[in-house]
Design a protein around this ligand. Structure first.
Ligand code: NAP
Ligand code: MG
Length: 480
């Protein structure tokens, strides 16, 4: 282990900037209402402290929310001009910026991610999505979908826990810009920023019923996507649930987009600038504790530089700071839930049983909360579970290759196809890889960069449909 050159002083963000109520209702038709179902608790995964009690929307509550969305669509939103929809979206975007610190703190408390990530990535990108789509709202006739493209109607949207507010923005901003109304269900473990977003809708004077938030778990999500009066279903989450939703929606008139899991290859050629590539590997798999569908969880490194890359990577991982997510110097926060921690432990255990070599960064794990040290596996073969299954945690599987063809074959040897990375100095090689790798996004000499103008989505079992950019608008317009 390298000697630590100096210690950082604690730099905690203040939790006083956010008011968390002890109990929350559902946001339906422009008001917070009590649900008719049971209630559940949401905790801070870094401390196991209960943050609030939240209503679990029953089938009846979901029905009420869909009716409110339908009513708002018929009476108001479908008659609101693109120019005026744009004004509301710009307003929401500006309020998100004004209240960014509050949102960042709340996201970190409810999710466990480091404050520097919620502050510098999640919240600014969420605002950027609203700004971007606000710009489209009055320009849909110029988007290449005909002179007067129509919205679909009511959108049912179900999102996961890894980027709670950001996934909400990816779903709600394009839907409203295109003229749809929405009912959104956040994940059970991270409902709080969606509920704070409901306050933003009020602050922006958004007409009641245009945005409805129903909290709950899988059953609430199921009731929402199966509701007979929704026109469009948008889902981000696991491939397994995505398949169940696809079956439920099959044969109905509902339109569907699915953004599911991934097992991205991050390919390092021997001419790549190694130190930069190491930073990219870290960003690819240890950003957000690896709870990222497009994470670079399979490192493919050219054999001639493999030892050097792994050695420098281990040295770099030794300097990552794991701990209090509210500390501004923290790099690795808490695992979002005990269930996810268990899944990571099970899969890494299988990695060892199957013969891969495990190495974890030396770091002290806090006593309370859910934690997992940054880990990498070498001696991994393509048949290993850790090379095939999405672990969704801070765990990297390292494989090697000799030729570009072998790199392409191995990168594509997965049922998924969400993203990939390529590191090389040769422009021609970047273009060849981008063409040959079956992935929705291919990053060149970078990783995990997002922009609202750039469409995002998968091939194969990573789902279908695109979010963001001009392509993402098509998912919310009646254009086949
Ligand atoms: P998940 O079960 O697919 O959850 C995603 C969302 O769908 C949550 O809001 C969830 O509710 C809801 N849901 C669950 N069952 C449903 C159903 N039958 N019908 C409609 N909605 C339903 O994913 P997860 O349990 O959070 O994570 C499991 C695995 O999924 C992870 O280990 C990871 O591999 C993958 N994952 C991928 C992404 C991604 O961005 N592609 C994100 C998260 C997870 P509740 O969770 O609130 O119960
Ligand atoms: Mg929570």
């Amino acid at each position: 282990m390298q000697p630590t050159p100096f210690e950082y002083a604690p730099a905690p963000e203040s939790r006083a900037v956010v008011d968390i109520a002890s109990s929350y209702g559902l946001y339906i038709d422009g008001a917070f209402v009590d649900g008719t179902g049971r209630r559940f608790k949401t905790v801070n995964p870094a401390t196991e402290e209960v943050l609030a009690e939240v209503a679990e929307a029953s089938g009846g509550d979901v029905d009420r929310a869909v009716k409110a969305a339908r009513h708002a669509y018929n009476r108001v939103w479908s008659k609101t001009s693109g120019r005026d929809r744009g004004k509301y979206l710009f307003r929401i975007a500006r309020i998100l910026q004004e209240r960014a610190r509050e949102f960042a703190v709340l996201e970190t408390l409810d999710n466990g991610k480091p404050i520097k990530e919620s502050r510098d990535v999640d919240i600014p990108l969420a605002a950027a999505h609203f700004f971007y789509h606000a710009g489209w709202a009055d320009k849909l006739s110029y988007a290449g979908f005909g002179s007067d493209p129509k919205p679909l109607g009511v959108a049912a949207q179900v999102i996961p826990w890894n980027f709670p507010l950001l996934m909400l923005a990816w779903k709600i901003a394009p839907a409203l810009a295109a003229g749809n109304t929405v009912v959104l269900k956040p994940a059970e473990t991270t409902p709080l920023t969606a509920l704070l977003f409901a306050e933003v809708c009020e602050q922006a004077d958004l007409p009641p019923g245009v945005v409805n938030i129903v909290t709950g778990a899988g059953a609430t999500g199921q009731a929402l996507v199966e509701h007979a009066d929704v026109d469009k279903v948008a889902f981000t989450g696991s491939t397994e649930v995505g398949k169940a939703i696809a079956r439920a929606v099959a044969g109905t008139r509902k339109r569907l987009t699915l953004e599911l899991g991934g097992k991205a290859a991050n390919v390092i050629f021997d001419d790549a600038p190694i130190d930069q590539a190491v930073e990219g590997i870290v960003r690819g798999i240890f950003f957000n504790q690896g709870h990222v569908c497009c994470a670079g969880s399979r490192l493919l490194v050219q054999e001639t530089v493999a030892d050097e890359v792994v050695e420098r990577l281990k040295r770099r991982l030794t300097t990552l700071r794991l701990g209090d997510p509210m500390d501004k110097n923290t790099d690795i926060g808490a695992i979002n839930s005990p269930e996810q921690l268990e899944r990571i432990r099970t899969l890494t255990g299988i990695g060892e049983e199957e013969g891969a070599t495990r190495w974890s960064a030396p770091c002290e794990l806090p006593d309370r909360g859910y934690w997992f040290a940054p880990t990498l596996f070498t001696d991994v073969s393509q048949a290993h579970r850790i090379a095939r299954d999405e672990i969704f945690g801070p765990v990297l599987s390292v494989l090697t290759f000799r030729t570009p063809d072998e790199a392409i074959a191995k990168a594509n040897n997965t049922p998924y196809g969400l993203s990939a990375g390529v590191w090389t100095e040769k422009g021609s090689r970047i273009l060849r890889m981008a063409n040959a790798v079956r992935a929705g996004v291919v990053w060149a000499n970078t990783f995990n960069h997002f922009d609202p103008a750039s469409p995002f989505g998968g091939y194969k079992e990573s789902g279908f449909g695109r979010e963001g950019g001009r392509h993402g608008l098509a998912a919310y317009l009646d254009v086949a």
